[in-house]
Design a protein around this ligand. Sequence first.
Ligand SMILES: NC(=O)c1ccc[n+]([C@@H]2O[C@H](COP(=O)([O-])OP(=O)(O)OC[C@H]3O[C@@H](n4cnc5c(N)ncnc54)[C@H](OP(=O)(O)O)[C@@H]3O)[C@@H](O)[C@H]2O)c1
Length: 248
Amino acid sequence: MTHSKRLGIIGAGKIGTAIARVAVAAGYDVAISGSGPADRIALTVNVLAPGARATVTEEVVRRADLLILTVPTHHFRKLPRDLFTGKIVVDAMNYWEPIDGDDPELAAAPYGSSPVVQEHFRSARVVKSLNQLGYHEFEENRRGPGSLDRVAVAAAGDDPEAVARVLQLIEHLGFDAIDAGDLDAGIALGPDGAAFGVAYNADQLTGLLWPENSSNAERSDERTDRGATVRTRLDRADLKKLASGAAP
Ligand SMILES: NC(=O)c1ccc[n+]([C@@H]2O[C@H](COP(=O)([O-])OP(=O)(O)OC[C@H]3O[C@@H](n4cnc5c(N)ncnc54)[C@H](OP(=O)(O)O)[C@@H]3O)[C@@H](O)[C@H]2O)c1
């Protein structure tokens, strides 16, 4: 499966520029935008992500099918609902009240912020990913395929083709890609989830996300058309337990 290596990033802050930097290193043609005109972020992008192109959001979206949303979570609703029609949008945002303020809808969302983001951008193909690690960890932890200390990053989404594209991106960026299941499962990747904030390897992350299939004896690593090791999905009650850090 070959796809365009054009990548668009909306949000030229800490995580946006960090992902832009590793994506350029991985051979992607990267365009990135902030909330204003291109010249406002041009110097930042030149310094922090040389090789990436600073532009405006409309142009970022126009030129790429694969987009990463890295604006502050309390700002995503400012973007037009139809901005991403038909596009794959990686939701790399995390809702964290001390930073984002009290957001009753996000705070009460049973499966985390991504289903709310998908509801806002109904015509987009939202995939939760690239939100697990701190921005500095992208460059520190990226490794070539097969490296013993390669870190794993998961992706969760309802559109299998979109998830496969994101899993491919994760591999290209230098990480083992793990399919976490549907978009609701993305809650396990967020701030209250068991898979958040730790640089796990593929076995460890798989064990957290798919505990019923993680016994050493029964590992099944076949690659499927979703592009990664796919295991039986947890049921929703198990996901809630995972989100609270309890063993399902
Ligand atoms: N920092 C991390 O290590 C990390 C890790 C994982 C996930 N995340 C998540 O990623 C998101 C961004 O975090 P961050 O630390 O990168 O924040 P940040 O450093 O504050 O950067 C946010 C960027 O988004 C831009 N922005 C704001 N509103 C925008 C809009 N309407 N359209 C386009 N761009 C817009 C800002 O541009 P202006 O300056 O022009 O407003 C700024 O460049 C958050 O949801 C966070 O939880 C962060």
